[in-house]
Design a binder for this molecule. Structure first.
Ligand SMILES: [Zn+2]
Length: 382
């Protein structure tokens, strides 16, 4: 793509944002699009541009300017500080910098605490906000072990690389070990994370090993994920795990949720609400749509929908039977056309809906049978 095309596409992504809040639709008219994955990159690019402009045009520029996202650490002569802040804030009416001066020769920046020593050199240690509670990923959490060992490694690595004074470093390490212990980390986990890495097995005989064919990311499901990783590894594919339920997903909702009926890109389950001599009709149908659940459901309900198995059932085969949108279940949400077809096929194979004439848009290989008929039926769909 040409730079012009990229810019035009970016404009579409950044300018065409709307969202639902408290029942009303809003168009976002200022700033980078909320929630868009491209926004942080654009913000970074803009801040870099703004800072370069600020420093190159300042009458008395700072002696240093370290920055990370929206935090900067600068050195200025006291007499020039206010002048520089005013200059920074004059460049863009929507971007306002605030400043914090050193106190008792110390200044926090990100997770470091800078102290100016008597000889003028800087001593760096770890800074924790007063509200910091030393809560790290709990060892009993449903996460892969490597993520937990990663927490230990990262904290110790930070102590090793940032802290300049050996005594401070030892104190910090003791602090980390106590905090991790409080979060349920056993001694062996800390030892394992800090043990020197075993030397990589030599790759001199590439013929005996599967070549590296790439990497996949799977949701982490305890007891299933680890064996899968070994199987993939034997085919030369390395595996990363990601946690499936995060607090962010559960708690953070800056925008209104789309109502069930208006959700697009769904795999759905329509049960018949009719009655037979034996009791309730147990026929049901599974389908998928890229449009909204309501739109697709109304099609199924129309008498003229000859191609719909649901319509055939309630209007022709069993007149008097009916279906209701309230009783339709969303089995899965998936925007990707191919993956949605795959998911539909998996649900059809697992749940064996009586109204479906075929096995779905995607032809699922028979190897899925054993896995699906036991597991999904018992766990996921009840
Ligand atoms: Zn029925």
């Amino acid at each position: 793509m040409s730079p012009t095309q990229v810019v035009n596409l970016l404009k579409v992504c950044l300018d065409c944002t709307y969202f639902l809040y408290d029942g009303s639709f809003y168009q976002q008219i200022h700033g980078a699009a909320m929630g868009s994955p491209v926004s942080p990159i654009v913000c970074n690019l803009y801040m870099e541009h703004l800072e370069q402009l600020a420093i190159s045009t300042a009458p008395n520029p700072p002696l240093w300017w370290f920055w990370y996202v929206d935090d900067t650490h600068t050195k200025l002569k006291k007499a020039h500080a206010q002048e520089f802040i005013d200059h920074l804030n004059s460049l863009d009416p929507d971007i306002k910098f605030t400043s914090e001066k050193e106190q008792d020769r110390t200044l926090p920046f990100l997770d470091t605490l800078t102290t100016i020593q008597d000889d003028g050199s800087l001593r760096l240690s770890i800074y924790r906000k007063p509200t910091h509670t030393d809560q790290y990923l709990n060892f009993r959490s449903n996460h892969p072990l490597e993520h937990k060992l990663g927490v230990v490694k990262t904290l110790l690595h930070r102590a090793d690389t940032i802290i300049t004074d050996p005594h401070d470093r030892e104190t910090e390490k003791q602090h980390i070990k106590q905090a991790l212990k409080d979060c349920g980390y056993p001694k062996w986990a800390i030892d394992k994370a800090t043990a020197p890495k075993p030397r990589q097995q030599n790759n001199r005989n590439p013929g005996t090993r599967e070549r590296d064919k790439g990497r996949i990311t799977l949701p982490y499901i305890k007891t299933v994920s680890e064996p899968l990783r070994r199987i993939f590894a034997s085919h030369g594919i390395s595996t990363c795990f990601k946690p499936t339920n995060t607090l962010r997903q559960l708690l953070v909702a800056p925008k209104d949720k789309t109502s069930r009926e208006e959700k697009c890109g769904v795999v759905y389950h329509i049960p018949c609400q009719g009655t037979t001599r034996q009791g309730t009709c147990e026929e049901f149908y599974i389908g998928e749509t890229e449009r909204s659940l309501r739109t697709r459901f109304l099609e199924h309900k129309r008498p003229s929908s000859h191609s719909s198995e649901v319509s055939q059932h309630i209007h022709i085969e069993s007149p008097g039977h009916t279906v209701s949108l309230d009783k339709v279940r969303i089995l899965d949400t998936e925007q990707d056309y191919f993956v949605r077809g795959l998911k539909e096929a998996i649900y059809i194979r697992a749940l064996q809906p009586s109204l479906n004439r075929d096995s779905g848009r995607y032809k699922l290989p028979g190897t899925f049978d054993q896995l699906l008929t036991s597991r999904i039926r018992n766990d996921t769909c009840q």
